[in-house]
Each structure stands twice: as structure tokens, then as C-alpha cells.
Ligand binder design. Structure first.
Ligand SMILES: Nc1ncnc2c1ncn2[C@@H]1O[C@H](COP(=O)(O)OP(=O)(O)O)[C@@H](O)[C@H]1O
Ligand SMILES: [Mg+2]
Length: 134
């Protein structure tokens, strides 16, 4: 992680709120538009909540990235929970094993520019998303 990185625990609802706040602050710093700030904060909220609900907690890594032209925000949500057996199914809108709407993963993917989901049963889950400033 670069010097711009932040690592935050996800162990409670209050932690999810803290992640949201930190993502919002850094989204402002990298110059994301108000609409894009809200998109990335919404994605962060869904992914942090998934780590809390389905894995009993995890951590969020938040870093500012640059590709030579643009700045962006890259977020990883990492847990050591049960993992996801079928990634395509988990990304299907409306599919849930919980009491949610089943829109968190698919919705988050649509709200960001890059989306990477790594998970396997017994190996935990890592979701990494990037939002670039325009
Ligand atoms: N971090 C995770 N660990 C284990 N399973 C997960 C995780 N995130 C998502 N899932 C699985 O993927 C399903 C879909 O997640 P999501 O799209 O956020 O909808 P919802 O949270 O409303 O169920 C969840 O019901 C759960 O079975
Ligand atoms: Mg969810």
C-alpha cells in the first residue's frame, strides 16, 4: 500500500459508518464529482456491510491511486469469512442468502469503474473497486 493508504477495521455498524466517512473524505481529495463521491460511498457501504454480515467482520483498505492521467480511489474489502461458492450467482441481482435485497454486489459493480471479486469457500473474500476522477 502507498503512503496514501488507510486501513480500517470492519467489526461493527459504527465501523461501517467510519469507512463511509473516510471514503467520502478521500473521494473529495481526489476530485471525484459529487455524484461519483456518492456512488463510491454507496459501493463502500454495501461491501463493508457484506463483510460485517456474512463474514463477521474484516477490514477496509482505502488508497489514492494515479494512472498518469487521472487520480482515483481504490478500495479493498477483505475478510476471512466463509467465502462465496458461486460468484456469478452472488453477483446476480436479487440473489441473497440473507435478508437483504441481493443488490449489494451487482449494484456496487455498476457504481464503480473497476470491480474485482476474489472468493472461494473457506478462503474468505476480497472485493477491490476503483473509481477514477474525470
Ligand atoms: N463478504 C462475503 N462473504 C460471504 N458471502 C458473501 C459476502 N458478500 C456477499 N456474500 C454472499 O453474496 C450474496 C449477495 O450479496 P449482496 O449482493 O450484497 O446482497 P445481500 O447482501 O442483500 O444478500 C449474499 O447474500 C451472500 O450470500
Ligand atoms: Mg449485501
Amino acid at each position: 500500500m502507498s503512503g496514501d493508504g488507510h486501513l480500517l477495521p470492519i467489526a461493527s455498524n459504527a465501523d461501517v459508518v467510519a469507512v463511509r466517512r473516510q471514503v467520502r473524505a478521500l473521494a473529495v481529495d481526489v476530485g471525484l464529482s459529487l455524484v461519483d463521491q456518492t456512488k463510491v460511498v454507496t459501493a463502500a457501504s454495501e461491501l463493508a456491510r457484506n463483510a460485517l454480515v456474512y463474514a463477521g467482520g474484516g477490514r477496509a483498505s482505502i488508497e489514492i491511486v494515479e494512472n498518469g492521467v487521472r487520480k482515483g480511489l481504490r478500495l479493498s474489502f477483505i475478510d476471512e469469512g466463509p467465502g462465496i461458492p458461486d460468484l456469478a450467482l452472488a453477483l446476480t441481482d436479487g440473489w441473497t442468502t440473507g435478508s437483504g435485497l441481493g443488490l449489494g454486489l451487482g449494484g456496487s459493480r455498476r457504481l464503480v469503474d473497476e470491480f474485482d471479486l476474489i472468493s472461494a469457500p473457506g478462503k474468505g473474500t476480497t472485493v477491490t473497486v476503483t473509481k477514477w476522477a474525470r
